[in-house]
Design a binder for this molecule. Structure first.
Ligand SMILES: [Zn+2]
Length: 195
C-alpha cells in the first residue's frame, strides 16, 4: 500500500522511507510517535519491509509510547521566550553549583556553557569545558546537582568506570536516585521543548 510520496504502510504500520548512502536499515521514532525508516539507496522495499515485519512488535510499542508521551505533554510545550528564560536562569544557577562542587571534588572546570540540547543533559570536553542543557531548570534542584557533579567528575575521570562513580558518590551520595529520576522523567521534558 502506498501513500503520499515516501509514506508507506506494512501490516498497518505507517512509515516514512528515507533513502540515503548508508549500509543498513534504521528505524527512528519521531517525537510525535511517527515512524521514520532510513534505508540504503538501492535496497528493495520488500527487504526493508522484511526487516520492519521482523521488528514490528518493538516498533509499534515504541511508537505508541512516544505518541502517548507527546499527547500528555502537548499542553506544556515551551515557547522560544520560555527557553530564553530557562537559559537565563541556568546561567545563574549552574555556574554557582559548579563552583560549589568543583571545590569539593578538587577540580577546575574551563568554560561553562548553557544550551538547549536534544539528547544530553551535560557534557565535559577534553579541555574540561562543560556544557549543560538549559532544560535542567525544569528538573528538581538535586537532579541539577547530580548532573553538575557527574560532569565535574569527568574532569578527574574521562570515563564511566567504577572509580568515576565512586568519586560521584563520595561527593553526592544521592546520585543514583537522581539519575533514575532523570532517566524516567527526562523524555517528557524533552518533548515539552519540541524534541
Ligand atoms: Zn558521563
Amino acid at each position: 500500500m502506498t501513500g503520499n510520496d515516501n509514506t508507506y504502510s506494512v501490516r498497518g504500520l505507517s512509515y516514512t522511507l528515507i533513502r540515503s548512502k548508508r549500509r543498513s536499515v534504521a528505524v527512528k521514532i519521531m517525537s510525535d510517535g511517527g515512524v521514520e525508516v532510513r534505508a540504503p539507496l538501492l535496497m528493495p522495499r520488500t527487504t526493508v519491509e522484511v526487516f520492519l515485519i521482523r521488528n514490528i512488535g518493538k516498533i509499534r510499542e515504541a511508537s505508541r509510547k512516544r505518541a502517548l508521551l507527546y499527547e500528555e505533554n502537548r499542553e506544556g510545550l515551551l515557547s522560544e521566550a520560555d527557553i530564553r528564560e530557562l537559559v537565563k536562569k541556568a546561567k545563574k544557577v549552574i555556574p554557582e553549583k559548579c563552583c560549589f562542587y568543583a571545590e569539593r571534588i578538587g577540580v577546575r572546570p574551563g568554560r561553562i556553557a548553557i544550551r538547549k540540547q536534544k539528547t544530553r543533559w551535560g557534557s565535559c570536553s577534553s579541555k574540561h569545558n562543560l556544557n549543560f542543557n538549559c532544560l535542567l531548570m525544569l528538573t528538581p534542584d538535586e537532579v541539577i546537582d547530580s548532573v553538575v557533579v557527574h560532569e565535574l567528575c569527568h574532569i578527574k575521570e574521562m570515563n564511566h568506570s567504577k572509580r568515576f562513580y565512586d568519586e560521584i558518590l563520595r561527593v553526592f551520595p544521592d546520585y543514583r536516585r537522581c539519575d533514575k529520576w532523570l532517566k524516567e522523567n527526562g523524555p517528557a521534558i524533552l518533548v515539552r521543548a519540541g524534541f
